[in-house]
Write a protein that binds this ligand. Structure first.
Ligand code: ADP
Ligand code: MG
Length: 391
């Protein structure tokens, strides 16, 4: 990675503003149901504390739309952080202002303070310069460890970098290194698996990956548009009529690289308990819809994956939220868990599917940023990364 990290800068005794992604899921009682996003930032926090830095954490949570929303206070995050770091993490009542400055002023080396939800101020998303300046005034150094929001130019991801020396945290470094290496210098054969609902969501990814990969496996709902382009009827399946020509063009341009399902699981309704059966892709009944890839397709895809040395996966193979239609997705996840290849999972639903299958630990890297990883795979620069100091 060509960006400076916390290792490249003197942090001892300094006040360090760390942008984290603590946008964690909460239940009705306000309890955190999954703390992986908090866990993911711990290495950076532990390093900074060991170095004797004063750590000022900031994050957004949910979509308060510029207003104070009681249920979106970062109090549960501060509590969880205190437990994980075995130290009291003080949460302030706001993220800027006199009261916050007073709390920060008495911090000692190793102390950790968490600022209140950044998005209680509309200025955060607007990347307001004054707001960014006030945030920056709290610290001497800025560390971005929020890969999940790096695709957004907000005050806390981009604005602050105009006022403070800005470097990456370890999570950010890890994300960019894995995703970056896969795209720029993959060990070959390099195979990408794309799925999910729509072709239109993934056009940018297809176009960026196609010249780089040795094989591109297409599954999920987006394969339907390719079936149509191949001249097959897809019944009541999800289909993007306006993307059929694009699919035809891709089939022409990359016939040797594209692998499409040969059989599919069709259902008589979009429901968990729908009647279902496996059919070849050219035999989809008129009123039925494709909700998963079939066993022959799984077998064909696994054959390709067994030879791969690098695999990037974005988008489930079917409607994995319904157990009956998660079979294809789970089989692919299982194959990736077993391979020696470098396996990289990008995309929120793909990560959830791997987690649901209990295989997360067996992947090389699961990106913590759904939208950010998608934009990275599209080859787009991420404003929150671009703004950091070069090595
Ligand atoms: P990711 O978040 O990993 O990038 P996407 O958001 O692109 O993935 O796609 C995930 C969604 O695609 C899931 O909600 C899944 O139910 C849906 N999906 C997958 N296959 C189909 C299908 N055949 N028909 C309808 N929806 C599908
Ligand atoms: Mg998704």
């Amino acid at each position: 990675m060509n960006k400076k990290t916390v290792r490249d800068i003197q942090v001892a005794g300094k006040r360090v503003l760390v942008r984290a992604d603590f946008n964690v899921p909460l239940d009705e009682a306000g309890q955190i149901t999954d703390d992986r996003r908090i866990q993911a930032v711990l290495p950076t926090l532990q390093y900074l504390r060991q170095q004797g830095a004063r750590v000022i954490l900031c994050s957004h949570l949910g979509r308060p739309k510029g207003r104070v929303v009681e249920g979106l206070c970062l109090t549960p995050v501060a509590k969880r952080l205190s437990e994980l770091l075995c130290t009291e993490v003080v949460k302030t009542d706001d993220c800027i202002g006199c009261d916050v400055e007073r709390v920060v002023a008495v911090m000692k080396p190793g102390d950790v303070v968490l600022l209140e939800n950044l998005r209680f101020h509309a200025e955060e998303r607007a990347n307001n310069r004054d707001f960014a300046k006030q945030l920056a005034a709290l610290a001497d150094i800025y560390v971005n460890d929020a890969f999940g929001t790096a695709h957004r130019a907000h005050a806390s991801t981009e604005g602050v970098t105009h006022f403070l020396p800005a470097v990456a945290g370890f999570l950010m470094e890890c994300e960019i290194t894995f995703l970056g290496q896969a795209l720029s210098e993959p060990t070959r054969p390099f195979v990408a698996i794309l799925g999910g609902a729509k072709v239109s969501d993934k056009i940018g990814v297809i176009e960026n990956l196609l010249p780089k990969v040795d094989q591109l496996i297409v599954g999920g709902g987006m394969a339907n548009t390719f079936f149509k382009a191949q001249g097959h009827e897809v019944g009541a399946s999800l289909l993007e009529d306006d993307k059929v020509d694009l699919a035809k063009d891709l089939l022409k341009r990359a016939a040797d690289k594209l692998s499409l399902p040969v059989d599919v699981v069709v259902a008589d309704a979009f429901a968990a308990d729908a009647k279902h059966k496996t059919v070849p892709v050219d035999k989809v009944p008129a009123d039925w819809r494709i909700l998963d890839i079939g066993p022959k397709s799984v077998k064909q895809f696994i054959k390709i994956l067994k030879r791969a040395k690098t695999v990037v996966w974005n988008g489930p193979m079917g409607v994995f939220e319904f157990p009956a239609f998660a079979v294809g997705t789970v089989a692919i996840a299982q194959a990736l868990a077993e391979t020696e290849a470098t396996t990289i999972i990008g995309g929120g639903d793909s990560a959830a599917a791997v987690e649901q299958a209990g295989l997360s630990d067996q992947m090389t890297h699961i990106s913590t940023g759904g939208g950010a990883s998608l934009e990275f795979l599209e080859g787009k620069g991420l404003p929150g990364v671009d703004a950091l100091q070069d090595k």
